[in-house]
Design a protein around this ligand. Structure first.
Ligand code: ZN
Length: 288
């Protein structure tokens, strides 16, 4: 089916108490592995391109490939800009056929984040595109002990309510104790804070920094109101290890063999998260 905005699926997920993963895929092998996983599990998914990759010259062709590939798939697929840097980048993504965009102004002063988000929401909505923004700031796992472990950057529930109201944003990324990349130390989630944010706003909530949480933490966060979980680092690390193992184990390994290993690794790992988040079986399927 054609690419679709994830908005309806996220509203269904919020209603149904499960979450939809966002996977930052990077190339055809990772994308094909992801497609194999969602098709065998009949699951909706968000395929994302990360902000800093948007300047690569192959991105327009890659976005066109995901669009064409989604059309051949019986499950809903969304093409999403992850951590959009500014208005211009969000608009460029939309011009390339992305169906939803995240604008990340979380490092800016709140009023500036709010002003920029509002501008992007207005333009995106005029084109039928949904927008995610981040309030509070999800930092880096390498700085976990100095930042999130000390509750720095956490989302304020009252401010969240005002932010959603004033910007008209469709989904809100929250900071409740996660971080991007590899965690230094053990991540701790503030589920009470999540409950307060959930009570204060009625848009689907997003958890960034999924790589490194325990299964129990994922389940608790989803039960507590998270409807979208971003996963990237774990996919890359798992697949990196698989490539090294494959190269060492198999005699006469060649480039094609490694590409197949990358695809298989993405298929398995994406499948693992789809099962864990309760996304499996949730696609409103169209036979084709
Ligand atoms: Zn993120």
């Amino acid at each position: 089916m054609p690419l679709v905005s994830i908005k309806n699926e996220l509203l269904r997920a919020r209603q149904g108490g499960y979450a939809i993963p966002l996977f930052d895929t990077y190339d055809m092998n990772s994308t094909e592995g992801m497609f194999a996983a969602i098709e065998e599990r009949r699951a909706p998914v968000i395929a994302a391109i990360y902000s800093t990759w948007m300047d690569f010259p192959w991105i327009p062709a890659y976005a066109a490939y995901i669009r064409a590939r989604a059309e051949k798939s019986p499950v809903p697929v969304t093409l999403y800009l992850d951590h959009g840097a500014d208005f211009e980048q969000c608009m460029r993504a939309i011009s390339l056929g992305f169906t939803d965009v995240m604008y990340d102004g979380s490092k800016l002063p709140v009023e500036e984040n709010m002003k920029n988000t509002k501008e992007i929401v207005r333009a995106a909505h005029a084109m039928g595109i949904s927008v995610e923004a981040e309030l509070g700031h999800v930092g880096q796992g390498s700085e976990y002990q100095d930042f999130a472990a000390q509750r720095k950057g956490f989302t304020d529930p009252e401010l969240a309510a005002r932010f959603v109201e004033e910007t008209g944003v469709d989904f809100l990324a929250v900071a409740i104790g996660t971080a991007h990349g590899v965690y230094r130390g053990k991540p701790q989630l503030d589920l009470d804070l999540l409950a307060q944010i959930r009570a204060a706003v009625d848009v689907p909530l997003v958890l960034h920094g999924g790589s490194g949480l325990s299964e129990e933490q994922f389940r608790a966060a989803i039960k507590g109101g998270i409807s979208k979980v971003n996963v990237a680092t774990d996919l890359y690390r798992t697949t990196g290890r698989r490539l090294v193992e494959t190269a060492q184990k198999e005699d006469g390994i060649n480039y094609q063999g490694l590409m197949k290993a990358a695809m298989d690794s993405f298929q398995e790992r994406c499948g693992y998260y789809l099962d864990l988040f309760g996304t499996t079986g949730k696609a409103p399927c169209q036979e084709f």
